[in-house]
Design a protein around this ligand. Structure first.
Ligand SMILES: CC(C)(COP(=O)(O)OP(=O)(O)OC[C@H]1O[C@@H](n2cnc3c(N)ncnc32)[C@H](O)[C@@H]1OP(=O)(O)O)[C@@H](O)C(=O)NCCC(=O)NCCS
Length: 174
């Protein structure tokens, strides 16, 4: 069935939270999405919905990431979710590519993510710590390769700081 991507709007919030609850099997990412959408320190934001059969089946959110004292030009992709019934049909990839294009349009040249390298590597993400791009909080060694950046040729490096809603150690050491 055809998948389309469009910017999420305010009235989508209950559906976006449903998507994250179903995909992650709990409230944490839904609550984080709600908090990030209201967190002014996360602006500018990119919030995109994947639509199938007139229903929202996926969502990705990108919020501001500052690198050292540079406030603009970088974003963090978090969270990304596709409802279980719609997984494996390319919706996640469509959302990531649409987010990359939206960033380019907004002058955002660097995206970081904490996620599975096997998945995000498909979309050009590479390990970030080796580039000197440090996550907001120290990560356990087994998660070092999960902190990734796109594109590979980014010249940004330094200490990253995310929106206030994401600056909680619990999000980074699980
Ligand atoms: C991870 C997720 C966003 C992928 O979305 P999706 O629409 O199912 O993915 P796509 O259809 O674009 O890609 C499917 C491919 O990615 C692979 N894939 C899915 N999740 C993966 C993972 N965590 N690690 C590695 N590969 C993964 C699938 O095996 C499939 O491979 P194939 O094309 O060789 O068959 C989705 O499965 C999801 O919401 N999962 C639960 C929430 C989650 O983990 N979010 C990511 C947090 S960083």
């Amino acid at each position: 069935m055809t998948l389309t991507i469009r910017p999420a709007i305010l009235s989508d919030l209950p559906d976006l939270m449903r998507v994250h609850r179903e995909a992650f099997g709990g409230d944490a990412e839904a609550d984080l999405t709600n908090a990030l959408l209201q967190d002014s320190s996360g602006a500018p934001r990119i919030s995109l919905a994947a639509i199938q059969n007139n229903a929202i089946v996926g969502h990705v959110l990108l919020t501001r990431l500052s690198v050292d004292d540079r406030q603009n030009g970088s974003a963090i992709l978090c969270p990304l979710a596709i409802v279980p019934d719609a997984q494996g049909q390319g919706a996640g990839g469509l959302l990531i590519r649409a987010a990359q294009a939206a960033c380019a349009d907004m002058g955002i040249d660097t995206i970081c993510v904490l996620g599975d390298p096997e998945y995000y590597g498909r979309f050009g993400f590479v390990t970030a710590i080796a580039k000197g791009l440090l996550p907001p909080f120290p990560l356990p060694p087994e998660y070092h390769t999960a902190w990734q950046v796109w594109p590979d040729h980014t010249e940004r490096n330094g200490q990253c700081r995310a929106a206030d809603a994401l600056m909680k150690p619990g999000y980074w050491n699980a």
